[in-house]
Design a protein around this ligand. Sequence first.
Ligand SMILES: Cc1cc2nc3c(=O)[nH]c(=O)nc-3n(C[C@H](O)[C@H](O)[C@H](O)COP(=O)(O)OP(=O)(O)OC[C@H]3O[C@@H](n4cnc5c(N)ncnc54)[C@H](O)[C@@H]3O)c2cc1C
Length: 430
Amino acid sequence: MSTETGHHDVLVIGAGIIGLCSAYHIKKDNPNLSILVIDRSSAPGQGDTAKSVAAVRDTFTSEVNRLFASSTIDFYKHVQSELGFNLNLELIGYLWLVSEKQFKGFEAIEDGMRKQGIRFRTFEREELTQLIPDLVLDPASEQSKIIGMDSIFKAVQGLDCGTVSPESIAKFYENEFKKMGGEFQFGIEAKSIRVDAKNRLDLPGEPYVWQDKVFRGVETNHGYISAETLVIAAGSRTPLLLDPIGIDCFVKPKKRQVFQIRGSSLDRLMTTKGFNEQNTVPFTILPKGGVYFRPVRGERSFWVGAADDIGRPFRFEEEPIAEESYYTYNIYPILSEYLPCFANLRPVNSWAGFYDINSLDSTPVIDRISNCILATGMSGSGIMKADAVGRVAAAVFKDESEAVLFGGRRISASRVGLTNRSVGKEEFVL
Ligand SMILES: Cc1cc2nc3c(=O)[nH]c(=O)nc-3n(C[C@H](O)[C@H](O)[C@H](O)COP(=O)(O)OP(=O)(O)OC[C@H]3O[C@@H](n4cnc5c(N)ncnc54)[C@H](O)[C@@H]3O)c2cc1C
């Protein structure tokens, strides 16, 4: 056992977007508590938060995801327009180009979306041809037949969706947390969580199965830190901390890759008019393989990825790298058939990170186990749900049954817990 280096009311493990939001909301509700956030990196938001494609949307199949995302996006709008802190939030929209079958999936959730105030607009094929002249609605090549590419039947644009700067969001929460007296320590890695008997008898081998357990603190690379409450917000590394102490958080790491594509043949697509004030093509999802692209106007490039699924492992790697062959054989054939303006362009840059996939339903897990709070399982959409997650974590911290999200919307905290879970499976994981 290492030397104790400090005791805090709350110790948050992870200064990614989720740890930052959780720390901020817990501190805001409990200003007198001492809260320390530790991270193995050298600064906030350097984990998967920095790897994201930084897009936000409220178009989900799960009602809970829609609620989390729409209230979080509303909060980001508030931060940017009313508090004057620039998050680079641009509502360029999310454009789902869908086959006839996929459109039925949208129709099935239309009512639910409307009831929750999610705004969207549908485009017919003729409109799409006019707005995006580069788009091939009916791929007919031999290759497209082999791939099984469907015709584009319609498009649905989520209107309160777009892009943002996760670095700026992280900065906002970091600043606000510090202003309230919250503390950070970087370069500190939690190696293990110390589990103890709630009522110690000082006998060898405690805790026994019949004893109630508490989590006293964490062993780190710089000594032991104890706390009254632990908040585990370690993203895709969360199972590395929880599996060894027998807590199943139902999170599995899945690698996701992003490729940056640039070329003059993309200029017209980049400056597409008719979808948004920015006069650019929205963040767009193609009907096959979950292939998507995001315009990055400042770089005059597109970030491209795919929602890979079966056949790709749930496996954690310390330093994930993007595989160019993944682009060549998985993404490129689909992208260049629907949008030949991408033909012959190769990635100029690439990176990879992990989704912390919640293997139950691809919806966040926020729960309390004794004095340990989990905030994990963002399943590839943590940036867009972070503020709501932080508010629920703060409600769970205070043992409140309901969390009040930005804008006054409420959710029963137990819905996203593990015991009385009621969230609906998310089908739109990109
Ligand atoms: C390629 C890609 C694209 C994505 N695109 C989007 C998108 O467009 N929109 C969106 O909303 N989401 C997107 N996501 C998902 C989003 O990035 C995550 O959901 C979000 O960043 C999760 O935040 P987090 O705080 O849980 O995890 P992280 O950002 O990974 O933060 C966890 C932190 O914990 C620290 N940590 C871990 N273990 C320990 C330990 N033992 N001790 C100390 N510190 C520790 C890490 O260093 C890290 O900083 C994407 C993810 C990827 C990989």
